[in-house]
Ligand binder design. Structure first.
Ligand SMILES: *Cc1c(COP(=O)(O)O)cnc(C)c1O
Length: 360
């Protein structure tokens, strides 16, 4: 039976990438040993490492002015690394709250400096992204932090907020490389790899070169962006196998037509599943408002918790796994990251129609 993996993260990887990794596992490129067994200073690994950075920039269409760093500690470590490096004592950082992950990012920043909440939809159970006219920036923010896709609630910024001449810092863990975006609007973009880019263990950071040296002297060596930039992410032993996998995934995205190709693919998958929600006469109710729907995490409820449990189990028997919602919101969550096929999304949509027909 074909298994469709709707896990929220760690998540589905492209089958072509897994096959290539399997083929090369014991003998990378004729060297006779695995990538996992190689020095991170070997010419083979250095080539993988620099190809990954080059591919990342190429996908975003940026030639200069930015670095791509491969770090550890997950997106959660970036919640504090960002303000440690980029929020001076005499400045304020603006945070827009769209879910639990942005709250966590704010909490860390508050431990380290001054924070202004520029907008929040917390009192609407984070069902939507704030409108432009609800965003109130502080006078001269060091940066404006957003979470581009809210993995738990299933909401996503449809267009970037307008923050004037200021720069954005974004947690893109769950929608990075799923659609084109204008990198020049950002000072920093960070993402744990385990949703759209590869296995867990690597954290990707895109940073403006002129932001690299802003950290006060007190910031420890390993937590300074400049350390990792100066050493091409090889200051200490990086997660080499994860970076190798990430490089293969980036190559796969290029082969799918880059970010424009991914956007078309993701749009088709999301509309298949949202179509099943909207066509169910209220059997399924989406958590997100129509104008804030995520193309990566599709969240919805059924008429009762008992039916939700039954749905998850029927889906599981049909080979569709990972559909239970996050423990904090319940319901169903279908994560349809880049690597999910259109066939997988259509299979879920058709199961949803069948299940609604039998149970409403
Ligand atoms: C999964 C996720 C995180 C947490 O990432 P870790 O790598 O586990 O720290 C943070 N932000 C968002 C938006 C996520 O989806």
């Amino acid at each position: 039976m074909t298994v469709y993996n709707f896990n929220a993260g760690p998540a589905i990887l492209p089958p072509e990438v897994l096959s290539q990794a399997q083929e090369e596992l014991r003998d990378y490129n004729g060297v006779g040993i695995s990538v996992m067994e190689m020095s991170h200073r070997s010419k083979e690994f250095e080539a993988i490492n620099s190809e990954a950075e080059a591919r990342f920039k190429r996908l975003l269409g940026i030639e200069s002015g930015y670095r791509v760093l491969f770090m550890q500690g997950g997106a959660s470590s970036q919640f504090s690394t960002v303000p440690m490096n980029l929020l001076p004592a005499d400045r304020v950082a603006d945070y827009i709250l769209t879910g639990v992950w942005s709250e966590k990012a704010r909490d860390e920043a508050q431990k380290l400096g001054q924070v202004h909440i520029a907008a929040s939809t917390a009192d609407e159970q984070y069902r939507r992204i704030p409108r432009q006219d609800e965003i109130q920036l502080s006078e001269n923010p060091a940066y404006v932090h957003i979470t581009t896709n809210n993995t738990i609630y299933g909401t996503q910024w449809q267009t970037l907020p307008n923050v004037g001449e200021h720069l954005l810092v974004a947690d893109m863990s769950s929608d990075i490389m799923s659609r084109p975006f204008d990198a020049t609007k950002f000072g920093v973009v960070y993402a744990g790899a385990q949703k759209n880019l590869g296995p867990s263990g690597v954290t990707v950071v895109l940073i403006r070169e002129d932001w690299l040296d802003r950290a006060p002297k007190s910031v420890p060596t390993m937590l300074r962006y400049a350390t990792h930039a100066k050493n091409n992410s090889l200051y200490n032993t990086p997660p080499t196998f994860g970076i190798y996998m990430l490089n293969l995934v980036l190559g796969w995205i290029e082969a799918q037509g880059g970010l424009a190709g991914m956007a078309v693919h993701n749009q088709r998958k999301a509309s298949a599943i949202y179509g099943a929600i909207d066509g169910s006469n209220g059997f399924y109710t989406g958590h997100a408002t129509l104008d804030s729907r995520s193309q990566m995490n599709i969240t919805f409820r059924l008429p009762s918790e008992a039916l939700e449990k039954q749905f998850v189990s029927v889906a599981q028997n049909a080979g569709m796994i990972g559909l239970a919602g996050h423990r904090s919101v319940g319901g169903i969550r279908a994560s349809v990251y880049n690597a999910m096929s259109i066939a997988g999304a259509e299979a879920l949509a058709s199961l949803m129609r069948e299940f609604a027909g039998q149970n409403s």
